[in-house]
Design a protein around this ligand. Structure first.
Ligand code: ZN
Length: 212
């Protein structure tokens, strides 16, 4: 991980945090990968941090990590927000974790079918903007130059899609979704996958996750 931060467990501050339903824009600030969640930093935040929540299982406690200055002293607002969003998602999915809900969804089945035999990753594809003025309608080409898909939306989801692909200006100081997802992918690898990774081997699950 690029950011130095110490893991935290639950605190009183969290229990006292205000209870209100998260808005759609709150949920738009979350990225998840396996059992990990990341909060996409708000560019307007004056004390920004990179925030992760890793859901523990049986023997392992939940991990809460934030790189902001407040979290060195106490549970920071970012962690409070992310934990609250995790709970809201869980409630929305009838008590299931986002990971379980995704694996049971039609989106996961579609991803499995689309990834079958696909060699492309987010790093190998090329983007072509169709409407140069707005830069939002785009086409994705595979490494062989053939069109893989057209993305026609011009709304905020198009920006989210671009950010997930890591297609943001390099000088942008705020870590984007693509970078957060890469961090999450590293942090949520199992012990066995770490060992396999050191030997240059990937599980079928990792190949699916990395596929475009
Ligand atoms: Zn923080």
């Amino acid at each position: 991980m690029k950011n130095k931060a110490k893991p935290q467990r639950s605190s009183e501050a969290e229990k006292n945090s205000q209870d209100r339903d998260p808005s759609a824009s709150d949920l738009n600030q979350v990225e998840f990968h396996r059992h990990g969640l990341a909060l996409v930093p708000d560019p307007a935040d004056r004390k920004p941090g990179v925030t992760f929540f890793l859901k523990g299982n049986g023997n392992e406690p939940d991990l809460r990590i934030c790189s902001c200055s407040t979290s060195r002293r106490e549970t920071c607002p970012h962690i409070l927000k992310l934990v609250k969003l995790y709970r809201a998602l869980q409630q929305e999915y009838g008590g299931r974790s986002p990971q379980d809900a995704f694996r049971l969804s039609i989106w996961y089945r579609m991803a499995t079918i689309l990834a079958n035999g696909c060699q492309e990753t987010t790093g190998s594809v090329r983007l072509q903007f169709l409407d140069l003025e707005s830069k939002r309608a785009l086409r994705v080409l595979g490494s062989d130059g053939k069109e893989m898909l057209s993305y026609l939306s011009k709304f905020s989801d198009a920006i989210r899609f671009l950010e997930r692909l890591g297609q943001v200006p390099k000088e942008n100081a705020v870590p984007h979704r693509g970078a957060l997802l890469e961090d999450l992918a590293r942090m949520t690898l199992s012990h066995a996958e770490h060992i396999m990774g050191d030997r240059g081997v990937k599980t079928i699950r990792r190949v699916l996750e990395e596929s475009f």
